[in-house]
Every structure is written in C-alpha cells, then in structure tokens.
Design a protein around this ligand. Sequence first.
Ligand SMILES: Cc1cc2nc3c(=O)[nH]c(=O)nc-3n(C[C@H](O)[C@H](O)[C@H](O)COP(=O)(O)O)c2cc1C
Length: 246
Amino acid sequence: MLAGGPPQSVAAYPENDRDFHAVKKDKWAERKACFIVPKCLYFPLSPNADFCHFAGIRFAMYVLFVPPFGGGKEILMKIAILNGSPRIENTAAMVNAFSEGAKEAGHEVEILHVGRMKIGGCLGCEYCHGKGGGQCVQKDDMEKVMPSYKEADMIVYASPIYYFDVTAQLSAAMQRVYAIGKPAKAKKAALLLSSGSPNPYNGAIATYKDMLAYMGVENAGIFTAAGDENGSEAKLAEIRNFAKGL
Ligand SMILES: Cc1cc2nc3c(=O)[nH]c(=O)nc-3n(C[C@H](O)[C@H](O)[C@H](O)COP(=O)(O)O)c2cc1C
C-alpha cells in the first residue's frame, strides 16, 4: 500500500526547511541600500567609506539599512507546518504544494519535519504546569518545535495515515503542546492527510477538530489524498490554490 519506495537518507532531509529567525534576517538584507555621496560630504559621515570616481569627481559609497517603513515585502502570516511523515513522498508533496501557494501569497512558511524527530509522549508528570513554568521535563526535539508553535499565526498538521491515525511522531508533537496549554498566536489551522485507502480519516479528523475547538483556533481546511490522488497534479493544485487564497 505504501507508494514511492524506501525512505531517503536521514542526512538528506533537513529538519527545518526555514526558520522564522532566518526569514527575519533576510528581510533586513532586502532593506540594504547603497548611497553615493560627493567627496565634500563623506568625511563627516565616515572616513572608512569605499570610494568610486565618476567624471573626475571622487564619491564616497555607503551601504545603509533602510528602516522598515513602507517598501519591503509585507508578511501576512507566519505558518508552521508540522509534517508527521518520516518519508519524503506523498505527505511531503502535499506539504510542498501548500508551502508554494502560501509563499506566493506573501506568507512566511516553516516546515518542521516532526516525522523524523525524536519526540517522546507526554509523561503526565505535570512538571510543565508546576516547577517547569510551561517547559516540559523532557529535553528532546520538541524544543525545536515549540518556538515555532508559539510564534505561528497558522499551524498546518500534515501526516500519512499509518494504521488508522496520524503518525505517532505527529501525535506526540500535538499532545506535548499541553505544556503551554494553547499556542499563543495561532488563529487558523489546516490538516493535510495522505493514505492508501479511500477513507481512513475519522480518527485523525476527530482529534484535530476537538483540539481546535479547545484552542479556539479556526479550521481553515482539511485536505485528503488517497491512493492515486497522492502526487496527482489535480490534488496538489487544489492544495496550492487553497494556500494561495489564505
Ligand atoms: C505502517 C503503515 C501503515 C499504514 N496504514 C494505513 C491505513 O491504516 N490506512 C490507509 O489507508 N493507508 C495506510 N498506509 C498507507 C499510507 O498512508 C500511504 O501510503 C501514504 O501515502 C504514505 O505517505 P508518506 O509517503 O508521506 O509516508 C499505511 C502505510 C504504512 C507504512
């Protein structure tokens, strides 16, 4: 039933495609601008400027940061996608289609490959609600997921159905949010599910909907790809267009 051959090597599969910090740095890089000032003005600004000559006149060149007023690309939402698949195949295709559409619309997207992370199940010790002050007692890969979870305006849960539910890795990542109660900023969520047979989604969808109702987060959409729909251009276009319209 599993299409697409054996998993690719772990080393070839990045944990995080892009993190929100890196995106912030890019935004500042985009705001760099070069100024050219005639020689008579350069000295008070800086004696270390680079110089160029034009028509026999010496100019000083400065690279300055333009403050973030106007200009630059406006970021609409920060979207964290939790991909529960350990493989780079069918769920990954849905995730990539979503990511392409969302980026085209101006959103920032971070893909967290939780399917390849080591995330333990909740121990029920309540350390997080006591001494831990929102921190889990377990020091594992959930520490990589939590910052994005807290910062995201939208969270997308993506998973193959591995025996009638989302993967155990994604399930653990969803449940470990218990440590903070609710993601602080998230207003929207979506669910992407891939399967072999036509309708094994009841369990995954019920959990997702109950969790969103508790969190007060809106369900923006649920997309499923069964059997031959996996990787089909029609299905990927549907997901891409949905994300583009967010
Ligand atoms: C361990 C395992 C269990 C699976 N269980 C189901 C299942 O219960 N129902 C189903 O429709 N498909 C099942 N499948 C098929 C996968 O959901 C399907 O091949 C999916 O597209 C895999 O996505 P991926 O490429 O992201 O791993 C299972 C596959 C595996 C490997």
